[in-house]
Design a protein around this ligand. Structure first.
Ligand SMILES: C[S@@+](CC[C@H](N)C(=O)[O-])C[C@H]1O[C@@H](n2cnc3c(N)ncnc32)[C@H](O)[C@@H]1O
Length: 191
């Protein structure tokens, strides 16, 4: 079964009308589909820069190609697997967009420190209690020396990215400071 072109075109026209009421004349229409560009942080930021967005979710085998050709500006996939419908992919994209908006998060720094924002994976996080089932919070985090804590966090991010996603590190490169910090971690593991 394939979704008909005409009802989809009418739904998009209604969505465009709604956006026009808020002053957005040319919203970017995004179809969620497995053959689209894979969603990543760069694409999230590109979508965020658009003045208006309309998301189109398919079902069944998809949507008649003619309405897609006529109406869709970008096709986005959330990964190399197939879901039954585009509703969850749309919600994934909206969540990724919303957490970038000012005021969306309790701590405004959180989104800036997330994985992928600066091309690295996030460092490990710890909270109370200091000792839990034989494991302790790393001593550096308890010392109150903010410069040392920053360096430790950078080092953890670099080590984690190198171990788990070397492709990210290769694409991004490293500053001299980052190379030093990473080399130190290799020379003295668990610093
Ligand atoms: C069962 S899927 C259609 C799969 C399509 N026949 C194919 O093989 O590529 C139905 C709808 O789910 C959505 N969908 C499924 N997987 C998706 C993914 N990985 N990313 C984004 N949307 C997806 C799309 O909107 C799609 O039109």
């Amino acid at each position: 079964m394939v979704m008909l072109a005409e009802p989809v075109a009418q739904a998009l026209a209604a969505a465009r009308d709604r956006q026009r009421l808020t002053g957005i004349d040319n919203p970017h229409v995004v179809y969620l589909a497995p053959h689209g560009r894979r969603l990543d942080h760069e694409l999230v930021m590109q979508l965020l820069a658009r003045p208006g967005l309309i998301f189109l979710a398919g079902r069944y085998e998809g949507i008649d190609q003619r309405v897609l050709d006529a109406e869709v500006d970008a096709t986005v996939s959330i990964g190399d697997y197939v879901l039954s419908g585009g509703e969850l992919p749309v919600m994934v994209v909206i969540d990724a967009l919303l957490r970038q908006l000012p005021g969306a998060l309790g701590d405004s720094d959180s989104a800036e420190q997330d994985s992928f924002v600066n091309g690295l994976l996030d460092y490990p996080h710890y909270t109370r209690p200091e000792h839990w089932r034989g494991q302790s919070v790393p001593a550096v985090l308890l010392g109150g020396d903010h410069a040392r804590i920053q360096r430790w966090r950078l080092q953890q991010s670099l080590v984690r990215t190198q171990n788990l996603r070397p492709d990210l590190l290769a694409a991004r490169g490293m500053s001299l400071l980052e190379s030093d910090v990473l080399a130190e971690a290799i020379a003295v593991p668990n610093t």
